[in-house]
Design a protein around this ligand. Structure first.
Ligand code: HMG
Ligand code: MG
Length: 295
């Protein structure tokens, strides 16, 4: 049984660090992640550099990445300006993103949900015409830092709209890490029934320690693609209290133990984790990384 991992550390992880990691270190990290066997790596974002200064060098990162036909490097784009910047440096896959809750959508991308649809529709149309693949994200599916509980119908609507734009997969986001397995199971049961499991991914932040339990709940609903971040880095600067994604090392350890294949070499992944931990100069949240370094 195969599970696909989308490594979001270089984007979700580094966007939330107070210090900006030098471009060369980002490229080295991405190289180590690819060497560990990760085949889908989100390498940065083409958002406004004032909104996320940590990723202002994404174009330089893309220009110098170690290219390999086996690895897809993608980037977030919020609008046509972002798409234009992605196109200029040869990006082949972009991800569009929006929220299921109005307030987070506005705080994060400065538009209402209904204003966002036409923007993303146009981005997706152009990206597909340029031969790019387009992924979609729905944030705050399990709870919003501003509004609290978010009705599941909001997420169903945004998911449907994204798929209608031509995205090949929608990543269902627990932006602030509030979900518990029961909510994950109930949410995915509905979404899988709406759109099938092949078109969905789980994106769990581990703020309250339920991240891997949520993966297990989503696996039971047939989900086979998960986003994770090296070292457990991550968080959205426009979602107060959001901390790291589930750690890639912990996810791979758990999946292999459960009999799933990921194509990832855990030892090499740990080397990537220790590299970025040394760069940042503080212990990262990954438990498998800490355990392996303690041995
Ligand atoms: P805005 O200020 O409303 O933009 O920001 P605007 O369209 O009004 O344009 C204003 C100026 O910005 C213009 O320049 C544009 O050209 C420029 P001027 O004419 O004044 O000189 N501009 C840009 N420049 C560079 N790149 C661009 C771009 N767009 C406009 N792409 C905007 C709207 C969407 C740009 C802004 O709100 C933004 O960049 N937001 C991004 C925030 C972000 O990156 N958040 C984190 C990622 S989402 C996340 O982490 C969640 C996720 O992990 C899933 C989960 O966990 O749930 C994916
Ligand atoms: Mg995220």
């Amino acid at each position: 049984m195969q599970v696909q991992i989308v490594e979001v550390g270089p984007r979700d992880g580094l966007q939330n660090e107070t210090q900006t990691v030098p471009t060369e270190a980002k490229i080295r990290l991405i190289g180590l992640l690819a060497e560990a066997g990760l085949r889908r790596i989100e390498a940065g974002s083409f958002v406004h550099p004032r909104w996320i200064p940590q990723l202002a060098d994404t174009a330089d990162v893309f220009r110098q990445l170690p290219r390999s036909p086996a690895v897809t490097y993608s980037a977030l784009v919020p609008n046509q300006r972002g798409l234009e910047r992605a196109r200029e440096c040869g990006v082949t896959e972009v991800a569009v993103f929006m929220s299921a809750s109005e307030t987070h959508n506005r705080k994060n991308i400065n538009k209402s949900i209904s204003e966002t649809f036409p923007v993303l529709r146009e981005v997706a149309r152009e990206a597909l015409a340029l031969g790019m693949r387009v992924r979609g994200y729905v944030s705050t599916v399990f709870g919003c830092p501003y509004e609290g509980a978010v009705p599941l119908d909001n997420s169903r609507r945004v998911t449907d709209e994204l798929l209608a734009m031509g995205v090949y997969e929608v990543s269902i986001g627990d932006t602030i890490g509030v979900a518990t397995p029961r909510q994950v199971q109930e949410t995915f049961a509905v979404l899988v029934n709406d759109v099938t499991s092949e078109r969905l991914a789980g994106h769990f932040h581990d703020t309250r320690g339920t991240g891997l339990a949520n993966v297990a709940a989503a696996l039971a609903e047939g989900i086979r693609t998960f986003d994770s971040s090296i070292g457990g880095l991550g968080g959205c600067p426009y979602a107060p209290g959001a901390t790291g994604n589930i750690s890639s090392e912990d996810l791979v350890y758990m999946l292999h133990g459960m009999g799933y294949e990921t194509g990832v070499d855990l030892q090499k992944l740990i080397e990537a984790g220790s590299y970025i931990q040394r760069q940042l100069g503080r212990p990262l949240p990954s438990k498998v990384l800490a355990a392996s370094l303690a041995q």
